[in-house]
Design a protein around this ligand. Structure first.
Ligand code: FES
Ligand SMILES: [Fe+2]
Length: 365
C-alpha cells in the first residue's frame, strides 16, 4: 500500500474545528445544557454549557476515569456521576464530596480546550500554543436578508480530506448527480484557476446555463464561487441563473479521526415568502445520499500517494499539495507553518476576475 498523503496529522490540532451544533448540545440532555460526548482528532471530549459559558474538556474524570459526559451540569459546574467531583469551565476540580475539608489535589483537573459558539456551532481548537488560525469564513451569517438553516451534523466513514474533495469535485457531477445537479451530457469539467489567498483556496466556475431546463426546481444552478478556509471548510456562493439571487452552501468536514468525519452544513438563501425550508433540505439530502456510498467506497479512507491524477483534478491536486505542505511545515515549527498557511499564491494560468485576486502578494505560474 502506498504511503498516505498526510503522514503526520498533528498540524490539524492548531485549527478550529466544529464538534456539534447548538441544537445538538441543547438536545443532548433535558437540562438543555449538555453534557454531550464528541470526538475530535481521536480525542474524546465533553461539551457543556456552564451557566452560559461553553466548556470543552477531556471526557475523563481525573479521579477514576469515568466519562464526564455521563455526568450532569449543575450551575456553572460539571459533575461526575461516579463519585460526584465537580469541575468548572477551566477543567479544574472545585468540589470533592467525599472529603470537602481536604485541599483539592493540584492534579485534580481535566484538560480544557479553547472553544466558542459561532454560526450556531461549537468550535474547538485543541492546540492554542501558536495562536495563528481563525474560525473559518462564512459569508452569509450576519446578513439579515439571508435565511440560514443549520442542518443536523452527519458522520461519514471517510477521511475529512475525501469529503472536502468530494464537495469541490468538478468532474463527478455528471456521473454521481445526473438529473439532480447536472445534465450528464456535460461530462467534461471546467478547469478553474486556483488561488491561495489568506489561508483560503479560491476558485470559480460557470456551469453551462442551458442545463437549467433539465434540472429540478430546487437544483441550485448558477455561477459557483468557492472560498475554502483550510483545512476543511467550504463557502460556496451560487449566483442562481434563474433569478440572480444568492444561494450559499457552507460546509466543514470535522476530523473525528483519520477515517471518519462529522460534517456540518448550513444552507443559506435569500429570505422569501412561501419558500419552505423543507424542499431545499430534502434536495440537499438527496444530493448527500448520492455522494455518500461512492465516497465511503474509496479505499483506504485516507488519501494515498499512488492515486492517478489528471489535469481536470486541478482543485484536488492543489488541495493535496497544500495539505501536505502544511503538515510538513508544522514539523518545523510555528514560523514555517504560518508561512505555509498565509503565503498567497495567485494562479496566472487563466484569466480571472479582479475580485478573485484581491490581497495577493506573491505569484506562481
Ligand atoms: S470517577 Fe469521577 S468522581 Fe470518581
Ligand atoms: Fe457530489
Amino acid at each position: 500500500m502506498s504511503k498516505p498523503l498526510i503522514e503526520d496529522r498533528s498540524f490539524l490540532r492548531h485549527f478550529w474545528h466544529p464538534v456539534c451544533t447548538r441544537e445538538e448540545l441543547e438536545q443532548a440532555n433535558p437540562s438543555g445544557r449538555g453534557p454531550l460526548a464528541v470526538t475530535l482528532l481521536g480525542e474524546k471530549l465533553v461539551v457543556a454549557n456552564l451557566a452560559g459559558k461553553i466548556a470543552v474538556m477531556q471526557d475523563r474524570c481525573a479521579h477514576r476515569s469515568a466519562a464526564l459526559s455521563r455526568g450532569a451540569v449543575e450551575g456553572d459546574q460539571l459533575r461526575c456521576n461516579y463519585h460526584g467531583w465537580r469541575y468548572d469551565a477551566s477543567g479544574r476540580t472545585v468540589h470533592i464530596p467525599a472529603c470537602p475539608e481536604q485541599p483539592i489535589p493540584r492534579k485534580a483537573r481535566s484538560p480544557a480546550y479553547e472553544c466558542e459558539m459561532r454560526y450556531d456551532l461549537v468550535w474547538v481548537r485543541l492546540d492554542s500554543s501558536w495562536q495563528c488560525t481563525e474560525i473559518p469564513y462564512f459569508s452569509e451569517w450576519d446578513k439579515p436578508e439571508m435565511r440560514n438553516v443549520v442542518v443536523p451534523s452527519y458522520v461519514w466513514n471517510t477521511a475529512p480530506e475525501r469529503r472536502w474533495e468530494n464537495f469541490t469535485d468538478l468532474s463527478h457531477f455528471a456521473f454521481v448527480h445526473p438529473g439532480t445537479l447536472y445534465d450528464p451530457g456535460f461530462d467534461r469539467p471546467p478547469v478553474p484557476s486556483v488561488d491561495r489567498v489568506d489561508g483560503e483556496m479560491r476558485f470559480a466556475i460557470e456551469p453551462p446555463p442551458e442545463m437549467q431546463d433539465k434540472l429540478p426546481e430546487n437544483s441550485p444552478l448558477g455561477s459557483f464561487t468557492y472560498r475554502c478556509s483550510m483545512p476543511y471548510s467550504i463557502n460556496l456562493v451560487i449566483s442562481l441563473y434563474r433569478d440572480g439571487t444568492t444561494f450559499t452552501l457552507w460546509t466543514t468536514a470535522s476530523p473525528i479521526d483519520e477515517s471518519h468525519c462529522r460534517n456540518f452544513l448550513i444552507v443559506s438563501r435569500a429570505q422569501k415568502d412561501d419558500d419552505p425550508d423543507n424542499a431545499h433540505l430534502a434536495f440537499q439530502k438527496q444530493v448527500l445520499l448520492e455522494d455518500q456510498p461512492i465516497i465511503e467506497s474509496q479505499t483506504p479512507a485516507e488519501i494515498t500517494m499512488d492515486e492517478v491524477s489528471l489535469v481536470t483534478d486541478k482543485v484536488s491536486n492543489q488541495y493535496r499539495k497544500w495539505m501536505r505542505e502544511l503538515s510538513l511545515a508544522a514539523l518545523d515549527g510555528k514560523d514555517a507553518f504560518v508561512k505555509a498557511l498565509q503565503t498567497n499564491a495567485i494562479d496566472k494560468r487563466l484569466v480571472q476576475s479582479p475580485a478573485m485576486t484581491l490581497g495577493a502578494t506573491e505569484t506562481t505560474t
